[in-house]
Design a binder for this molecule. Structure first.
Ligand code: HEC
Length: 179
C-alpha cells in the first residue's frame, strides 16, 4: 500500500515536472521568437522590392525632391519617394514610402534603401507599418545579430525602427509628414 502510493506520487511528480518544463520551454520559444526577420518576413520584403522596383520614377513629398539632409541613424543625405497612394495620403492603406540613404551628396554614394508599407491590420499597435531595410541591390539587410531587417522590426525593443519612429509627430510613425 505504502509502496504503491510512493510510486503513484513519483509518477505524478514526473508528469507534473514534464508538463511544467515543456510549458516553460514553449513559453521560452514564444518569447524568443522575434517579431521580425522570419523567412516569411523576408519573402514579404522581396515581394515589396519587386513592387517598388520603379520607385525612382515616383513622386517625392512636396518640396523634397532630390537630396535632403538626413539625421541619425539614416544616411547623411536622403531621397524620398512616394507611391501614388502615399502621394495622396501617406497614411492611407497601401501607402509606400521609400527612402534612399546616401553616405554623401552623390548618386554613387547610395547606401541602404529603407521602406515602410501601410498594411491595415498588420500591426495596429504600431501604426500598421511593414518595415524593411534593403541594401542598394534590393537584398534584405541584417542586424549585427544576423536577423533580417524585415517585418515588425525590433517591435517591443528599446531601439530600432519602431521605437525610434514612435517619436514622430502625430503618433503615425512617419517623420516625412511632420513639419
Ligand atoms: C534612432 C531613430 C531611427 C531609427 C532606429 C530608424 N529610423 Fe527611420 N527615420 C528616422 C528619422 C529621424 C527619419 C526622418 C528622416 C531623417 O531625418 O533622417 C526617418 C525616416 C525614415 C523613412 C522615411 C519615412 C519617414 O518616416 O519620414 C523610412 C522609410 C524609414 N525611416 C525607415 C526606417 C527603417 C526601416 C528602420 C529600421 C531598419 C528605421 N527607419 C530606423 C529615425 C529612425
Amino acid at each position: 500500500m505504502r509502496k504503491t502510493s510512493i510510486a503513484a506520487s513519483l509518477a505524478l511528480l514526473t508528469v507534473l515536472s514534464v508538463s511544467v518544463s515543456s510549458c516553460m520551454s514553449n513559453r521560452k520559444k514564444g518569447m524568443m521568437k522575434p517579431p521580425f526577420g522570419s523567412p516569411k518576413d523576408v519573402a514579404q520584403a522581396n515581394d515589396l522590392w519587386s513592387r517598388i522596383s520603379g520607385y525612382r520614377t515616383w513622386q517625392s513629398p512636396a518640396g523634397m525632391s532630390g537630396f535632403q539632409k538626413g539625421r541619425s541613424p539614416h544616411g547623411k543625405y536622403l531621397k524620398y519617394y512616394l507611391n501614388s497612394i502615399a502621394a495622396r495620403d501617406p497614411l492611407a492603406p497601401g501607402a509606400i514610402v521609400v527612402k534612399e540613404n546616401y553616405m554623401g551628396k552623390s548618386d554613387s554614394m547610395l547606401g541602404p534603401v529603407t521602406a515602410m508599407e501601410k498594411i491595415p491590420g498588420y500591426d495596429p499597435a504600431d501604426g500598421d507599418w511593414f518595415w524593411v531595410k534593403f541594401n542598394p541591390r534590393g537584398e534584405v539587410m541584417k542586424n549585427p545579430m544576423g536577423m533580417s531587417l524585415a517585418g515588425k522590426v525590433a517591435k517591443g525593443m528599446k531601439k530600432g525602427c519602431i521605437a525610434c519612429h514612435a517619436n514622430a509627430g502625430g503618433g503615425d510613425f512617419l517623420f516625412v509628414n511632420d513639419e
